[in-house]
Design a protein around this ligand. Structure first.
Ligand SMILES: C[S@@+](CC[C@H](N)C(=O)[O-])C[C@H]1O[C@@H](n2cnc3c(N)ncnc32)[C@H](O)[C@@H]1O
Length: 222
C-alpha cells in the first residue's frame, strides 16, 4: 500500500483549484499528445488523468464505462483501444465539455450522458473507470463534486453498486492519492467489503515530491 509518513494536506490547494475552475476561461490542455478543451466548471486534467490513460487496459472487443468523465480526456484517449464506451458525469458542464471534445477529436464510438453514478447507466461493461473526487469535505454543488465527496458517500455507493454494471471477468480502475487529509485505505476496504480484490496498482509522485497519485485495479476473485 502507500508509504508513510504522509504530510501533504490537500485542502488549501484543492480549494484554490476549485475557485480557479469556477472563474477560469476555456483552456486548451495537451494530455499525452492530444488536445482537450477544458471549460469553466469542469475538472482540469492533471497527472492523475494521465496515469489513468496509461494504466487502463481495454481491448478492441471490450466496452468501457467511465464514471466522472470531466473533459472526457480519459475515455476519449482510450476510445481507439476499445470497441465502444459510455462516459457519465453528475455535472452537466462536464458532459457538454466531453461531447465537444469528442466532436473535435472525431471520436464516434463513445457516448456521454448526465448521470449520478450508475443511475442512467444500462447494461454491463468489461471495464469500469472512476477517477473520483478524493477528499470527504462537503460539496456545495455539482461543480464542487470534482474535488469533494461529502463524507465519502459517492465512493461508498460506487463500490456497493458497481457489481451490477460489470461483466463477470470485468475490471475496475480507480484513481487515488496519498494526501494526509484522506483515508488512504478507503478504496481497498470498500472494494474488499463488496467482493473485489486488488489485482495491481501504480503510483507516481507529483513534481513537488510531496504526494503521489495512483491507479488501483480491482476484479472479482477467480
Ligand atoms: C477528479 S475528477 C476526474 C475527471 C476526469 N475523469 C479526469 O480524470 O480528468 C472527478 C469527476 O467525477 C465527477 N463526479 C463526482 N461525483 C459524481 C457522481 N456521483 N456521479 C458521476 N460523476 C461524479 C465530477 O463531476 C468530476 O468530473
Amino acid at each position: 500500500m502507500i508509504e508513510k509518513p504522509r504530510d501533504f494536506i490537500a485542502y488549501e490547494k484543492q480549494k484554490a483549484r476549485l475557485e480557479e475552475r469556477k472563474t477560469s476561461r476555456q483552456l486548451v490542455k495537451s494530455v499525452l499528445g492530444k488536445e482537450f478543451l477544458v471549460n469553466p466548471g469542469v475538472y482540469d486534467t492533471g497527472l492523475d488523468t494521465e496515469l489513468m490513460i496509461e494504466h487502463v487496459v481495454v481491448s478492441r472487443e471490450e466496452n468501457i464505462l467511465e464514471i466522472g468523465c470531466g473533459t472526457g480526456a480519459v475515455i476519449l484517449s482510450l476510445a481507439d483501444r476499445a470497441k465502444e464506451g459510455l462516459g457519465v458525469d453528475i455535472n452537466p458542464l462536464a458532459v457538454k465539455n466531453s461531447q465537444e471534445n469528442a466532436s473535435k477529436l472525431g471520436v464516434s464510438n463513445i457516448t456521454f450522458r448526465e448521470s449520478n453514478l450508475f443511475k442512467k447507466v444500462h447494461g454491463a461493461f468489461d471495464v469500469v473507470v472512476w477517477n473520483p473526487p478524493y477528499n470527504a469535505y462537503p460539496a456545495q454543488d455539482e461543480v464542487e463534486m470534482m474535488f469533494w465527496d461529502s463524507n465519502n458517500s459517492m465512493k461508498k455507493r460506487f463500490f456497493a453498486e458497481v457489481s451490477s454494471y460489470l461483466k463477470a471477468n470485468g475490471r475496475i480502475y480507480f484513481g487515488w492519492a496519498d494526501f494526509a487529509d484522506l483515508d488512504v485505505k478507503l478504496p481497498y476496504t470498500l472494494a474488499m467489503a463488496n467482493g473485489f480484490r486488488l489485482r495491481d496498482q501504480w503510483f507516481r509522485k507529483a513534481d513537488s515530491g510531496k504526494y503521489s497519485f495512483g491507479v488501483l485495479e480491482f476484479s472479482r476473485p477467480k
